[in-house]
Design a protein around this ligand. Structure first.
Ligand code: ATP
Length: 228
Protein backbone atom coordinates (compact mmCIF):
# COMPACT_ATOMS: atom_id res chain seq x y z
CA UNK A 1 0.00 0.00 0.00
CA UNK A 2 2.94 2.36 0.66
CA UNK A 3 3.25 3.44 -2.95
CA UNK A 4 -0.45 4.26 -3.24
CA UNK A 5 -1.34 7.92 -3.16
CA UNK A 6 -4.20 9.73 -1.51
CA UNK A 7 -6.12 11.70 -4.12
CA UNK A 8 -8.93 14.21 -3.98
CA UNK A 9 -10.98 14.36 -7.15
CA UNK A 10 -13.27 17.37 -7.53
CA UNK A 11 -14.01 17.37 -3.81
CA UNK A 12 -16.53 19.87 -2.47
CA UNK A 13 -18.21 19.78 0.90
CA UNK A 14 -20.97 21.76 2.58
CA UNK A 15 -21.91 22.00 6.24
CA UNK A 16 -25.16 23.66 7.32
CA UNK A 17 -25.67 25.13 3.84
CA UNK A 18 -22.14 26.66 3.71
CA UNK A 19 -19.52 25.45 1.29
CA UNK A 20 -16.41 24.63 3.34
CA UNK A 21 -14.37 22.79 0.66
CA UNK A 22 -14.47 23.83 -2.99
CA UNK A 23 -13.46 21.75 -6.00
CA UNK A 24 -10.29 20.30 -4.54
CA UNK A 25 -8.12 18.29 -6.93
CA UNK A 26 -4.97 17.01 -5.26
CA UNK A 27 -2.66 14.03 -5.62
CA UNK A 28 -0.75 13.73 -2.37
CA UNK A 29 2.38 11.93 -3.50
CA UNK A 30 5.22 13.71 -1.65
CA UNK A 31 6.63 12.28 1.59
CA UNK A 32 6.14 15.42 3.66
CA UNK A 33 3.19 17.67 2.89
CA UNK A 34 2.12 20.70 4.92
CA UNK A 35 -1.33 22.31 4.83
CA UNK A 36 -1.68 25.92 5.89
CA UNK A 37 -4.52 28.43 6.01
CA UNK A 38 -6.25 30.88 8.27
CA UNK A 39 -8.64 29.74 10.98
CA UNK A 40 -11.79 28.35 9.40
CA UNK A 41 -10.26 27.91 5.94
CA UNK A 42 -11.15 24.20 5.82
CA UNK A 43 -7.89 22.51 6.85
CA UNK A 44 -9.46 20.16 9.40
CA UNK A 45 -12.30 19.33 7.00
CA UNK A 46 -9.79 18.44 4.32
CA UNK A 47 -7.71 16.14 6.51
CA UNK A 48 -10.81 14.48 7.94
CA UNK A 49 -11.77 13.60 4.38
CA UNK A 50 -8.49 11.74 3.93
CA UNK A 51 -9.42 8.80 6.14
CA UNK A 52 -13.16 8.83 5.55
CA UNK A 53 -14.21 10.57 8.76
CA UNK A 54 -15.96 13.04 6.48
CA UNK A 55 -17.36 11.83 3.18
CA UNK A 56 -17.54 14.86 0.88
CA UNK A 57 -20.88 15.84 -0.59
CA UNK A 58 -19.30 15.99 -4.05
CA UNK A 59 -16.28 14.33 -5.61
CA UNK A 60 -14.20 11.43 -4.35
CA UNK A 61 -11.31 10.83 -2.00
CA UNK A 62 -9.26 7.82 -3.04
CA UNK A 63 -6.39 5.76 -1.67
CA UNK A 64 -5.14 3.88 -4.70
CA UNK A 65 -8.30 2.36 -6.20
CA UNK A 66 -10.33 2.55 -2.99
CA UNK A 67 -12.72 5.40 -2.29
CA UNK A 68 -13.50 6.59 1.23
CA UNK A 69 -17.21 6.51 0.40
CA UNK A 70 -17.08 2.71 0.02
CA UNK A 71 -13.93 1.56 1.82
CA UNK A 72 -13.46 3.92 4.77
CA UNK A 73 -12.60 1.10 7.21
CA UNK A 74 -9.89 -0.33 5.01
CA UNK A 75 -8.51 3.12 4.27
CA UNK A 76 -8.40 3.95 7.99
CA UNK A 77 -6.04 1.02 8.55
CA UNK A 78 -3.56 2.68 6.20
CA UNK A 79 -4.16 6.32 7.07
CA UNK A 80 -3.47 7.12 10.72
CA UNK A 81 -4.91 10.34 12.10
CA UNK A 82 -3.78 12.47 15.04
CA UNK A 83 -6.41 15.06 15.95
CA UNK A 84 -5.99 18.59 17.19
CA UNK A 85 -7.51 17.68 20.55
CA UNK A 86 -5.57 14.86 22.19
CA UNK A 87 -8.29 14.28 24.78
CA UNK A 88 -10.52 12.81 22.04
CA UNK A 89 -7.97 10.11 21.37
CA UNK A 90 -6.85 8.98 24.82
CA UNK A 91 -9.32 6.55 26.31
CA UNK A 92 -7.58 3.91 28.43
CA UNK A 93 -6.24 4.37 32.01
CA UNK A 94 -2.52 3.88 31.44
CA UNK A 95 -0.20 4.79 28.60
CA UNK A 96 0.64 1.16 27.69
CA UNK A 97 -3.05 0.20 27.71
CA UNK A 98 -3.97 3.20 25.63
CA UNK A 99 -1.32 2.57 23.00
CA UNK A 100 -2.32 -1.12 22.87
CA UNK A 101 -6.00 -0.31 22.37
CA UNK A 102 -6.04 -0.25 18.55
CA UNK A 103 -4.06 -3.49 18.37
CA UNK A 104 -7.10 -5.38 19.70
CA UNK A 105 -8.46 -5.43 16.16
CA UNK A 106 -5.33 -7.17 14.83
CA UNK A 107 -5.59 -10.55 16.59
CA UNK A 108 -2.08 -10.40 18.04
CA UNK A 109 -1.04 -12.51 21.03
CA UNK A 110 -0.58 -10.70 24.34
CA UNK A 111 3.21 -10.97 23.98
CA UNK A 112 3.17 -9.65 20.41
CA UNK A 113 1.00 -6.71 21.43
CA UNK A 114 3.30 -5.89 24.34
CA UNK A 115 6.32 -6.07 22.08
CA UNK A 116 4.68 -3.72 19.54
CA UNK A 117 3.76 -1.22 22.28
CA UNK A 118 7.21 -1.34 23.89
CA UNK A 119 8.87 -0.83 20.50
CA UNK A 120 6.81 2.23 19.55
CA UNK A 121 7.20 3.83 22.99
CA UNK A 122 10.96 3.35 22.71
CA UNK A 123 11.01 4.79 19.15
CA UNK A 124 9.24 7.90 20.39
CA UNK A 125 11.49 8.17 23.44
CA UNK A 126 8.65 7.70 25.95
CA UNK A 127 9.25 4.16 27.24
CA UNK A 128 9.46 5.62 30.76
CA UNK A 129 5.80 6.67 30.56
CA UNK A 130 4.43 3.15 29.92
CA UNK A 131 2.78 2.57 33.30
CA UNK A 132 1.82 6.19 34.00
CA UNK A 133 -1.87 7.11 34.22
CA UNK A 134 -2.86 8.98 31.05
CA UNK A 135 -4.77 11.56 33.06
CA UNK A 136 -1.58 12.70 34.82
CA UNK A 137 0.49 13.39 31.70
CA UNK A 138 1.50 16.83 30.48
CA UNK A 139 0.03 18.14 27.22
CA UNK A 140 3.18 17.28 25.30
CA UNK A 141 3.38 13.79 26.77
CA UNK A 142 -0.27 13.21 25.89
CA UNK A 143 0.41 14.20 22.32
CA UNK A 144 3.32 11.77 22.02
CA UNK A 145 1.17 8.99 23.51
CA UNK A 146 -1.57 9.78 20.97
CA UNK A 147 1.01 9.57 18.21
CA UNK A 148 2.26 6.24 19.60
CA UNK A 149 -1.31 4.86 19.56
CA UNK A 150 -1.55 5.70 15.86
CA UNK A 151 1.97 4.63 14.86
CA UNK A 152 1.68 1.26 16.63
CA UNK A 153 -0.80 0.31 13.91
CA UNK A 154 1.99 0.95 11.36
CA UNK A 155 -0.08 3.07 8.96
CA UNK A 156 1.48 3.97 5.60
CA UNK A 157 0.23 7.56 5.84
CA UNK A 158 0.13 9.76 8.91
CA UNK A 159 -2.21 12.75 9.02
CA UNK A 160 -1.74 15.28 11.82
CA UNK A 161 -3.94 18.26 12.60
CA UNK A 162 -1.88 20.98 14.32
CA UNK A 163 0.19 18.54 16.40
CA UNK A 164 2.34 21.25 18.01
CA UNK A 165 -0.59 22.90 19.79
CA UNK A 166 0.07 23.25 23.50
CA UNK A 167 3.69 22.07 23.35
CA UNK A 168 6.58 23.99 24.83
CA UNK A 169 9.69 24.80 22.84
CA UNK A 170 11.54 21.64 23.90
CA UNK A 171 8.58 19.34 23.21
CA UNK A 172 8.06 20.97 19.81
CA UNK A 173 11.64 20.29 18.89
CA UNK A 174 11.42 16.64 20.00
CA UNK A 175 8.16 16.06 18.13
CA UNK A 176 9.41 17.91 15.04
CA UNK A 177 12.53 15.76 14.85
CA UNK A 178 10.59 12.56 15.40
CA UNK A 179 8.06 13.41 12.70
CA UNK A 180 10.78 14.16 10.17
CA UNK A 181 12.43 10.81 10.95
CA UNK A 182 9.33 8.66 10.43
CA UNK A 183 9.25 6.28 7.47
CA UNK A 184 5.58 7.08 6.82
CA UNK A 185 4.19 9.76 4.56
CA UNK A 186 3.33 12.74 6.79
CA UNK A 187 0.51 15.14 5.91
CA UNK A 188 0.35 17.88 8.50
CA UNK A 189 -1.87 20.87 9.16
CA UNK A 190 0.21 23.51 10.88
CA UNK A 191 0.75 27.21 11.44
CA UNK A 192 4.48 26.56 11.98
CA UNK A 193 5.77 27.95 8.71
CA UNK A 194 9.44 27.61 9.69
CA UNK A 195 8.97 23.93 10.36
CA UNK A 196 7.07 23.34 7.13
CA UNK A 197 9.97 24.88 5.22
CA UNK A 198 11.67 21.47 5.63
CA UNK A 199 8.77 19.67 3.93
CA UNK A 200 8.54 18.64 0.26
CA UNK A 201 5.32 20.48 -0.53
CA UNK A 202 3.01 23.02 1.12
CA UNK A 203 -0.63 23.58 0.17
CA UNK A 204 -2.50 26.72 1.26
CA UNK A 205 -6.27 26.83 1.68
CA UNK A 206 -8.40 29.95 1.77
CA UNK A 207 -12.17 29.80 2.22
CA UNK A 208 -12.16 26.12 1.31
CA UNK A 209 -10.15 26.53 -1.89
CA UNK A 210 -6.56 25.62 -2.72
CA UNK A 211 -4.98 29.01 -3.41
CA UNK A 212 -1.30 28.02 -3.37
CA UNK A 213 0.39 24.67 -3.90
CA UNK A 214 4.06 23.98 -4.48
CA UNK A 215 7.44 23.97 -2.84
CA UNK A 216 7.54 25.30 0.73
CA UNK A 217 9.58 28.34 -0.39
CA UNK A 218 7.11 29.37 -3.09
CA UNK A 219 3.92 28.66 -1.13
CA UNK A 220 5.10 30.19 2.14
CA UNK A 221 6.52 33.39 0.65
CA UNK A 222 3.41 33.98 -1.48
CA UNK A 223 1.27 33.15 1.53
CA UNK A 224 3.00 35.71 3.73
CA UNK A 225 2.55 38.39 1.07
CA UNK A 226 -1.12 37.68 0.47
CA UNK A 227 -2.46 36.58 3.83
CA UNK A 228 0.28 37.03 6.41
N1 ATP B 1 -20.13 21.18 12.52
C1 ATP B 1 -20.05 22.29 11.80
N2 ATP B 1 -21.15 23.00 11.46
C2 ATP B 1 -21.07 24.12 10.71
N3 ATP B 1 -19.92 24.64 10.25
C3 ATP B 1 -18.80 23.98 10.56
C4 ATP B 1 -18.78 22.78 11.34
N4 ATP B 1 -17.52 22.36 11.47
C5 ATP B 1 -16.76 23.26 10.81
N5 ATP B 1 -17.52 24.22 10.27
C6 ATP B 1 -17.06 25.35 9.47
O1 ATP B 1 -16.29 24.86 8.39
C7 ATP B 1 -15.25 25.77 8.09
C8 ATP B 1 -13.94 25.03 8.03
O2 ATP B 1 -13.65 24.54 9.33
P1 ATP B 1 -12.27 23.80 9.67
O3 ATP B 1 -12.42 23.28 11.07
O4 ATP B 1 -11.95 22.85 8.60
O5 ATP B 1 -11.26 25.03 9.63
P2 ATP B 1 -9.69 25.04 9.95
O6 ATP B 1 -9.04 25.64 8.76
O7 ATP B 1 -9.26 23.70 10.39
O8 ATP B 1 -9.63 26.08 11.15
P3 ATP B 1 -8.69 26.18 12.46
O9 ATP B 1 -7.34 26.65 11.99
O10 ATP B 1 -9.41 27.20 13.28
O11 ATP B 1 -8.66 24.82 13.11
C9 ATP B 1 -15.29 26.86 9.16
O12 ATP B 1 -15.90 28.00 8.64
C10 ATP B 1 -16.12 26.24 10.25
O13 ATP B 1 -16.85 27.24 10.95
Amino acid sequence: MAAQFLRLLDVSHRVGGRTVLRKLNLTLSERRIGIIGRNGSGKSMLVRCLNGLIIPKEGRVMLGDLSTARHARTIRRHVGMVFQSVEQQLIMPTVAEDVAFGLRSLALSRAEAKQAVDAILAELGIAHLAERPVAELSGGEKRLVTLAGVLVMRPDHLVLDEPMTGLDHYQRRCLSERLLGLPQQVIMVSHELDYLAQFDRVIALHEGEVVLDGSPESTISAWKQRYG
